[in-house]
Write a protein that binds this ligand. Sequence first.
Ligand code: KIV
Length: 260
Amino acid sequence: MSDKVTVKKILKMKSEGKKIVMITAYDTPFARLVDQAGVDIILVGDSMSMVMLGMENTLGISLREMLVHTQAVAKAKPRALIVGDMPFMSYELGEKVAMRSAGLFAKHGAEAVKLEGGEEMVDIIKSIVKLGVPVMGHVGMTPQRFLKLGGYRLVGKKEFEAEQVIRDALAVREAGVFSVVLELVHPEVAKKITEKLDIPTICIGSGPHCDGQVLVLHDVLGLTLNPPPFAKKYVDLPSIVVDAIKRFADEVRQGVFPSQ
Ligand code: KIV
């Protein structure tokens, strides 16, 4: 598939000034649909814990669950680059653990992995890159550390925080990531980081001055009960689904379905 999006193509998009579109998907049918829509990157995000599995936060999802869903996305054989999101406790314990988890993602069809954290993750990132698996960084508000951060909030309003998030982005770049997610970073700080880095920044809740944007699929489709304020709903899928199921139920009750 010559059209296939690769890490190299994602890097080239920054130099050509083309905006990068990333969205989450967690199963085969939706991976097919988002790919048909022409996104550049499909993230099998650990947000699956909340939007698919009803969990309160992202800490509870296991490596096993992430691998099963990564494989399901890979079965769609998308043109888009598939990035597997390393869940909490699958990489922080050391280089060997991180390499093993990243290797398992690759065996299940991921073409890159994403992990959260900045300066403290440099050695972990280097070890995964050395293994041959491309890494996407994730700095700013890192949901797997929400307990330490004291909730989900904008990062970088205060000068010391802005300086730290810039140091984190530069550190993960030095460690070898091919792109970096900036989550809930003050837009001016996100702009500064985007200008400083030679790799793409992909933003969520961090304003427009980034090389790309990512949203959670279920927020886009209106399937999330309490979406974050920065998310945009592009369709009210629940009303379409409920209407279809109601029509099915009506036809069964009236003896219209199945027909002779
Ligand atoms: O898990 C996820 O969906 C993410 C995005 C919000 C970047 O990490």
